[in-house]
Design a protein around this ligand. Sequence first.
Ligand code: AGP
Length: 595
Amino acid sequence: MCGIVGYMGKSNAKEILLNGLKELEYRGYDSAGIAILQQDTLHTFKAVGKLENLESKIKDFEVSSGFCIGIGHTRWATHGKPTEANAHPHTAEFSNVVHNGIIENYQEIKEELIILGHHFLSQTDTEVIVHLFEENLKKLDPQEAFYATINRIKGAYAILLVSKIAPNKIFYAKNGSPLIIAKGSGGIYFASSDSPLVGLASQVVYLEDGDMGVMDIEGFDLLKNIQNFSVNKTLAQKDGFRYFMEKEIYEQHSVLLETIMGRVSENGVIFDEIDQSFFLGIRSITLCACGTSYHAGMVGKYLLERLAKIRVNVVIASEFRYGGFVSQEDELFISISQSGETADTLEALKLAKEYNQKSLAICNVDNSSIVRLSDCAILTRVGLEKGVASTKAFASQVLVLWMLAVYMGRTYGHLDEREAKLQSSDMLSAIRATKVESKFHERIKRLSKRYLHGHGFFFIGRDVFYPLALEGALKLKEISYLHAEGYPSGEMKHGPIALADSNLFTIALLSEHLLYDKMQSNIAELSARDATICVIGSKECESADDMIIIPQAKSYMEEFFSMMLGLQLLSLEVAIRLGNDVDMPRNLAKSVTVE
Ligand code: AGP
């Protein structure tokens, strides 16, 4: 997904912008560029592909000492192919712009500007911004021209613009796409997320939708809502692991303790961040999310219905937005999102708010758009997740939904104190189960070589293990590019089993605590069709070709977290054997901020 950085000050702008873009690499991109304005000259560099390509183009360009300003961008193609012409910054005669988001009315603006004599070099929507700005400058001063430009465009955007007409200033605007302005000893910084600011900034302002302005070196202190910035750099490093995804799998057992800290005790569950009255009178819940977060929502449905006896509807945000929305009275809308910036989830939340539904966000990023828009939020507290394939965020979302189910079960009187205490103790055991034992990892690493060349994978499970099967399949396809589908085991005989043969790999999640016999029969049905079966469970299974043995567990949720670990490690090892870039899989982006 596109990323933005900007800088003004006396440090080396080229290095700051390139380092900032490197910190945004994990979001996924197909081209990149920077523009530096110094001593009235605007230098623009762009390249397709990895940042190394941009670096080699810029290597001979020296930034002269003294004050200068610059903007940079990593692009993930939406309008127009990933070419150099379509990469940002986009230029007109004497100005450059970078933009995240989509300008919906760009076509009509472009046509008008062409009639007025403007020449367009790209197929992008973004280019109209810089031309419209220069057109407006014919009648207005720079600030007015920029504001008139922003007021004319429709859509979602985070924009930075620099111009020779105002050589000490950066013009900025935000609507629907994140943008941060920060200050540090080296100057003023801009970024579309926290990571480029780590180690540079001491204060930040998370801009709100509708914010626009013109920043100069004195301007930061005049902004509203300045906050201290103390994100730790070491958290953003790989810590000796081969990939961020691997590091994130390994840190689950410790970060999940953060998730429950102050919330789960031997007496049950509390949420200090939410007034208990917020939950009173709620009769049903909509859980809304995309991708992995949606799978967490599906697990949440089983838990909330079982423990809190409340009706739950789980919806994929992109479907919810355009489906017939029947707003129920007394319904709680819960959006689940790691990033808090996923466009579909954000828009679904806006829709729910239009219908006056109460809203709660389960999110990993404080100050994200989804958190800010929701009535209240439960933060998952697992720190920056860099791997595009979500692991620790999923685990924390499930854990929060489990806590919520216990909390609501108590609030509504469906769980007694003894049961709530039992659940709390099960949560601690489940977290312990996410500690990676080296023997367990080694076993999966060895086994992974047998699962590289089939004609596809089935992941099967029942109850909460069904969404876990979906998540296992998603993880594998995201990073290995192998075809994988998740199914509820009972559905196999209604169609999918037609695919079964010895080259079809089945990963079966066999719980000892939930529907053990039913699941055994489903595995036997596949084994009878000669499918190659790997069972993840604590008991040997006769029909299995391979076993990934998990420790015996006290509860089905403890088994859930152990199996989740097994699935994450299996995907990781298969993808590594296939030589893929695990942290930046092809075609994917970490934060999907466009529809
Ligand atoms: C997870 O591995 C994915 N890459 C993706 O499905 C992700 O979960 C989805 O895009 C939603 O993101 P969010 O949680 O940040 O809203």
